[in-house]
Design a binder for this molecule. Structure first.
Ligand code: NAD
Length: 521
């Protein structure tokens, strides 16, 4: 299966990689063409299940990044003047092509990131939903009109593109997050430079090929690769008007500060620590199944993973049951059909998670299930960590304070709903939270009092569809306009108002100049 995956992946991104000895290089994407970088700085792209190097990713040179921006600038002049129908139809075609290639895209994600194949398909599908949303841009971009705002005077507003935009994306949703960005930016009439994660850029390159096939003209979307230097280039380049960022706190705060200082609009989605509150009246089986999936799915590498279970009162009796469910999860390579948990993205990520499990033991918590020594037969070099459950967790512990980003569930016990609410509201993050209960009054109290941007009632991962926006709050987001939904299009557009005056008296031959300051009536 590995070799089949490798072959498929190579074939499907054949135009974006070139053979280089036994390895391949990932190319830049400029003017709808794969471009071989002239850099001498390369990053190894590995398969997390084996740590074999499957390709090398360039750190683009300053000239190459400048070429990408110049290409976006050139393309903007004609793209912004294409009709909204043309841009919308391009998105219709793109969504059909992504659906056509769903399996290939998912296979690439599994190879470069390690997720299970069904989870990789989910990654693509949740991004595809934003493309589908972009297909209704003609309605979403409507301005407002007020006729007769004064006598013979009308005012109307226009939502216009802002120019060259940029997107910087994380490793954990390599299809979904680029798809949160470029379809909406483009359908609004902008152009975009994308900088995907250097850890798994393959699927983004495949999406570029599909965008070209869908009819996106040359230069409307370009891709550069790299790490800090490319990010700083984007923050400083005077021709880039806006930056969409999704990733860790450190990078997000840096990009927000540096980009804003340079006068850019920035939206920055960052890290998380999501709590699930289990009430004693919850439906036990459903709740524990949902909790298990939300804590350990994608090996915990989701910003909306439910990583902290807050058992309220008598519900603590169910802790042994969740332990049993977690023990049954199968850790293996992502391309096997019965795998529940794949590898982590890198040895560094694995070491970080192992360090946090160790810190929990040292700080007095109980590691009742320890996946630290997990080995998958035949894939001994992979970055595997087994499901891990830590009980007796206190807010002062490192494992509670840090985002773990691994298959680790921290369990906190409290006596009342209000104690749970207080705990969650004291946590600096506000990405997501969930309550499991059969009591509407409890759910309503939780919803009203909780200070977290995305709330689930018996929904463990409450990420809204693009009719709404992704509304993480507090420490999980900096900016004014959220990703996708109406806010997403507002981010990628600027408002212009036009006030027009067609005096009815002007039709009369007796009309005279009015020198007094106009008082609108
Ligand atoms: P990351 O911050 O390491 O990388 C994200 C992007 O920023 C990459 O393109 C990377 O090259 C660049 N980058 C990394 N460090 C940088 C630095 N110091 N300065 C400038 N640029 C830098 O994030 P990651 O490890 O790829 O992704 C995981 C993180 O993303 C987690 O914290 C997760 O919670 C978060 N995330 C958040 C959301 C959300 O919507 N809130 C969604 C997905 C992931």
């Amino acid at each position: 299966m590995l070799s089949r995956l490798a072959v498929l992946s190579t074939r499907s991104i054949a135009t974006s990689r070139v053979a280089l000895g036994s390895q391949e290089t990932v190319k830049l994407w400029i003017d709808n063409k794969p471009v071989e970088s002239k850099t001498n700085k390369w990053i190894d792209l590995t398969n997390p299940a084996t740590n074999e190097v499957i390709a090398r990713v360039p750190q683009a040179t300053q000239q190459e990044m400048q070429a990408a921006v110049e290409s976006c600038k050139r393309a903007f002049h004609s793209w912004k003047n294409t009709s909204i129908l043309t841009r919308q139809q391009t998105m219709f075609t793109l969504q059909a092509l992504i659906r056509r290639d769903l399996k290939k895209l998912a296979e690439n994600i599994t190879m470069e990131l390690g997720k299970t194949l069904p989870d990789s398909e989910g990654d693509v599908i949740r991004g595809l939903q934003v493309v589908e949303h972009a297909c209704s841009a003609a309605t979403l971009l409507l301005g407002e009109t007020m006729p007769n705002i004064s006598k013979d005077m009308d005012t109307y507003s226009l939502r216009l593109p802002i120019g060259v935009t940029a997107g910087i994306t994380p490793f954990n949703f390599p299809a979904m997050i680029p798809l949160w960005m470029f379809p909406l930016s483009l359908v609004a009439g902008n152009t975009m430079v994308l900088k995907p994660s250097e850890q798994d850029p393959g699927v983004c390159m495949m999406l570029m090929e599909l965008a070209k096939e869908a009819g996106v003209p040359d230069g409307v979307v370009n891709v550069v690769h790299g790490t800090h230097d490319s990010v700083n280039f984007i923050c400083d380049n005077p021709d880039i008007q806006a930056i969409s960022f999704v990733g860790s706190d450190q990078a997000g705060k840096h990009i927000y500060t540096r980009g804003s200082k340079n006068g850019k609009r920035v939206q920055s989605n960052m890290g998380a620590k999501n709590h699930g509150v289990i009430m004693p009246d919850a439906n036990k089986e459903t709740t524990l199944n949902q909790l298990t999936a939300a804590a350990f799915g994608a090996a915990g590498q989701r910003c909306m993973a439910l990583t902290t279970a807050v058992f309220v009162g008598e519900s603590r009796k169910w802790i042994p049951d969740i332990l049993e469910k977690a023990k049954k999860l199968r850790v293996d390579v992502g391309w096997k059909p019965d795998t529940d948990i794949g590898p982590l993205i890198s040895p560094a990520a694995k070491n970080r998670v192992l360090g946090l499990i160790k810190s929990a033991k040292k700080e007095g918590a109980n590691v009742i299930l320890d996946g630290s020594n997990c080995v998958v037969k035949g894939f001994e070099n992979g970055n595997f960590v087994g499901p891990t459950i830590i009980t007796g967790v206190k807010p002062s512990m490192t494992c509670y304070k840090e985002e773990i980003f691994g298959p680790v569930l921290c369990i906190v016990e409290v006596e009342t709903l209000d104690e749970a609410i207080d705990l969650i509201n004291r946590n600096p993050y506000g990405n997501g939270t969930a309550i499991f209960t059969t009591n509407g009054i409890t759910a309503r109290r939780f919803t009203n009092l909780i200070d977290v941007g995305q709330v689930g009632i018996n929904v463990p991962i409450p990420v809204p569809l693009p009719t709404f926006s992704f509304t993480g709050s507090r420490g999980s987001f900096i900016g004014d306009q959220n990703f996708y939904g109406k806010a997403g299009l507002n981010f990628y557009t600027q408002l212009k108002t036009v006030t027009q005056f067609w005096r009815s008296e002007d039709a009369s031959p007796e009309a005279k100049p009015q020198l007094a300051f106009p008082q609108l009536k």
